[in-house]
Design a protein around this ligand. Structure first.
Ligand code: BES
Ligand code: ZN
Ligand code: ZN
Length: 472
């Protein structure tokens, strides 16, 4: 889809449909005022009305905040997706990022497995702005928004793909393809290399699967980077729970347990396409958690890459085991200014903050605030902080090993999982590390805001926005 911006009044722009925002109670001169009154168009967020005879689509918004613009654009574009309208125009002097993201994210649909594919007809969108707008910087904003939204859709596609079409070796292929398209470095660790690196907790989780695990290291290395960032993603291509098997209702949708890893690939794509002046290293632990005679089990004691021993009490708390090793590996390979990890780590995060929000944890408010700052202001993704505390930390004690893989209390599970990961962060990196639990927003069964049902691409927009800021 082509997106343009022109210093021309809206009436001079050629398009098959005009989209018009009506800011609740504020927009005064409305062309079809009488008609809208007649049909009871109520001007509030979420309402829309198509005046087909004049090819105008009116869209109500409560105010001109990015959040509302984005969701309104998504809704508008969805409502005309199966019509004959193929070119669209819209007038605005600001909020270009939200407009473009709303359109591109709103148009997304996943039809890989449908016999009948959706035939998306919208070819071009033209934004009309007044002479006061600097076209060059507007265009820059639009191009970035397009890159980030497309990277989000790329991540959505991978996460939505079924587990037998997307397993660790496929994730490797995807990473290699991405690297060759965008000139990124890519290093793959197979089982032999993982053994050599002593990533034994990751290997234990992977053992019962017919799909061998991989660790993927993919990186963007500009000449004079403003910062060096590592991002570690949980790439559980399927999480059955292992021998601590999930009840059937909870197993459905666990193809989405690779969301953190897929988000890493999306972020690498957006960083490369924007050619940001930050060095970014993506690390993905791609593993399938299954059952079988060779499965790792409750009561096993595993030795992580850093030598710490872990008593396994629940094989469904596998993400933290995989991440423990990958975090150690990432720290060994790269001396980073910040280390982020993204994971669909706990159901407790979803219970605590709801489906739409990412939980953010760490040992430094400064680092955490970097994420929270961009999350609401720029990215449109919701995120909130969860505090660590020593009492919850004490619940991870094991009688026979250095640490247990689950807490002794059933409360505060998102935080105890974060505290577990914290044990695998080297002292010198303590304040450089931030953990994002995306279990809520990564995969939601019904559509919300600019997101479709299924995968949302959580994390891609937050991280891209943060890296853009770091590159400035
Ligand atoms: N992948 C799940 C967490 C999850 C749950 C993600 C719901 C998305 C939606 C994770 O591996 C898991 O099973 N965690 C357990 C931990 C427990 C055994 C301590 C959980 O949250 O129940
Ligand atoms: Zn699990
Ligand atoms: Zn999991």
């Amino acid at each position: 889809m082509k997106i343009e911006i022109v210093n021309k009044s809206i009436d001079k722009v050629d398009a098959s449909l005009e989209i018009i925002f009506i800011v609740n109670k504020k927009t005064k001169d409305i062309k079809d005022k009488k008609l809208l009154k007649k049909v009871g168009f109520n001007k509030s967020q979420g309402s829309s009305y198509l005046v087909a005879s004049k090819d105008r689509l009116y869209v109500g918004i409560d105010n001109f905040k990015s959040f509302n613009i984005r969701t309104a654009c998504a809704k508008a574009i969805k409502s005309i997706n199966n019509t004959k309208y193929s070119t669209i125009k819209i007038a605005s002097d600001k909020k270009f990022r939200a407009i473009v993201e709303g359109f591109i994210l709103g148009l997304y649909s996943f039809d890989k497995y449908k016999s009948k594919k959706s035939n998306q007809k919208i070819e071009a969108i033209t934004i009309s702005c007044s002479k006061d707008v600097d076209i060059k910087s507007a265009l820059d904003e639009i191009n970035r928004a397009k890159i980030v939204a497309e990277a989000t859709n790329y991540t959505r596609d991978m996460v939505n793909t079924s587990p037998d079409d997307f397993y660790p070796a496929i994730m490797e292929e995807e990473a290699v393809k991405l690297a060759s398209t965008h000139n990124l470095d890519c290093n793959i660790l197979d089982v032999k290399a993982l053994k050599k690196e002593k990533m034994n907790t990751l290997l234990a989780v992977a053992r019962a699967s017919r799909h061998e695990p991989r660790v993927i290291h993919i990186s963007h290395k500009p000449k004079n980077p403003k910062a060096v960032i590592s991002i570690v993603g949980k790439g559980l291509t399927y999480d059955s729970g292992g021998l601590s098997l999930k009840p059937s209702d909870f197993m459905v949708s666990m193809k989405s347990d690779k969301s953190g890893g897929c988000a890493v690939l999306g972020i690498m794509q957006s960083v490369a396409k924007m050619n940001l002046d930050v060095e970014v290293h993506g690390f993905i632990g791609a593993v399938e958690n299954m059952i079988g005679g060779d499965a790792y089990k409750p009561d096993d004691v595993l030795v992580a890459k850093n030598g710490k021993t872990i008593e396994v009490k629940n094989t469904d708390a596998e993400g933290r085991l995989v991440l423990a090793d990958v975090l150690c590996y990432a720290q060994q390979e790269i001396e980073a200014d910040y280390i982020f990890d993204m994971a669909t780590l706990t159901g407790a995060s979803v219970v605590g903050v709801g489906e739409y929000t990412t939980s953010v944890m760490g040992n430094s408010n400064k680092a955490i605030n970097r994420v929270l700052d961009v999350s609401k202001k720029v990215s449109g993704e919701l995120a909130t902080k969860l505090d660590f505390n020593p009492y919850l930390k004490a619940t991870l004690k094991s009688n026979i090993a250095d640490i247990s893989n689950i807490s002794s209390t059933r409360y505060g599970g998102a935080i105890t999982a974060g505290l577990f990961l914290s044990e695998f962060i080297e002292e010198k990196n303590r304040k450089k590390w931030v953990h994002l639990d995306i279990a809520g927003p990564a995969f939601v069964s019904s559509a919300w805001g600019e997101n479709p049902s299924g995968a949302s691409g959580a994390g891609v927009r937050i991280m891209s926005a943060m890296l853009e800021k770091m590159a400035k």
